[in-house]
Design a protein around this ligand. Structure first.
Ligand code: G
Ligand code: G
Ligand code: MN
Ligand code: NA
Length: 254
């Protein structure tokens, strides 16, 4: 337990690095934010994707410490950037399902942003749909409290869960992220495009901001924009990159 506590300290060197993937406004590509994605620099094997180690960490409470380390590191990045004269756009941080089971989640997040002198409004928390399969009242209250504290909440991987529409009705959300499987099918499959067009109208009526993930082609980008999606993320625009590269890119563009 003590080791878990230590590991959440942002200066602990775990061989882990924060990468940032820009979110851009469609269609002009201006940077509107960034998602923090973890990378593990293994001394022999090189860069290891979180797709390989996050599922393992999720089998135990290690994921709680890992997510909190990412959160604290991200706060430190924002603080240090501001001190160096670089004001970064809003940063999105992934929270795993297990995190929502932690009774001290809200207090910990609020204390951590305060410790770094940050406004919670500069952080968005991304939570994958499948985290809500067992939607307990305590979880709903925790989400509401996070939002009341000032964090934005994003529903990640929208459309892949079992009751996506229920989540839209019940969860206190600001942003919905369209899963990249939808985006991948968009230009080959007319029914996928029609479905997404209807979904976009629905999300617009419910006043959610929408981000499309996994945009790889200009055709996808143009189609998404034509059906009302104003923000996107994907290899077409930028791959995830080290934080210093992101800052250079953002300030070069700004
Ligand atoms: O960056 P990449 O696409 O390889 O990420 C693979 C998976 O790992 C994605 O599902 C992504 O959401 C997840 N992931 C990346 N960084 C983090 C993190 O800091 N915390 C959690 N919980 N998941 C992450
Ligand atoms: O689960 P989550 O949505 O957080 O996953 C983010 C993952 O998606 C990261 O691992 C990131 O590297 C990956 N990703 C980002 N853009 C693209 C893209 O355009 N195509 C594909 N295939 N993956 C992407
Ligand atoms: Mn995500
Ligand atoms: Na996602």
């Amino acid at each position: 337990e003590q080791q878990l506590m230590l590991a959440t300290q942002p200066d602990a060197d775990l061989g882990l690095k924060l990468y940032l993937q820009p979110k851009v406004s469609l269609p002009d590509g201006q940077i509107a934010g960034a998602e923090v994605l973890l990378r593990w620099e293994h001394p022999e094997k090189g860069l290891i994707s979180p797709a390989e180690f996050i599922p393992l960490a999720e089998e135990s409470r290690l994921i709680v410490a890992l997510d909190r380390w990412v959160f604290a590191r991200s706060c430190r990045l924002l603080q240090e950037s501001t001190a160096a004269g670089y004001q970064l756009p809003r940063i999105s941080i992934n929270l795993s399902a297990k995190q929502l089971q932690e009774p001290d989640l809200v207090e910990w997040c609020a204390n951590t942003v305060k410790r770094f002198g940050l406004d919670p409004g500069c952080i968005e928390l991304e939570i994958t749909e499948t985290a809500f399969i067992n939607l307990a009242d305590t979880v709903l209250e925790r989400l509401q409290a996070l939002r009341n504290t000032g964090f934005s909440l994003a529903l990640d991987d929208f459309g892949t869960g079992y009751s996506s529409l229920t989540y839209l009705r019940r969860l206190p959300l600001d942003v919905v992220k369209i899963d990249r499987d939808f985006v991948a099918d968009l230009c080959q499959d007319e029914r996928a495009a029609t479905l997404l067009q209807g979904v976009m109208q629905l999300l617009d009526k419910l006043d959610f901001s929408v981000v499309a993930e996994g945009i790889e082609t200009t055709e996808q980008s143009a189609l998404l924009h034509s059906i009302g999606c104003n923000v996107g993320q994907g290899f077409l625009f930028h791959r995830p990159m080290p934080a210093d590269e992101f800052i250079a890119l953002y300030y070069h563009e700004a």
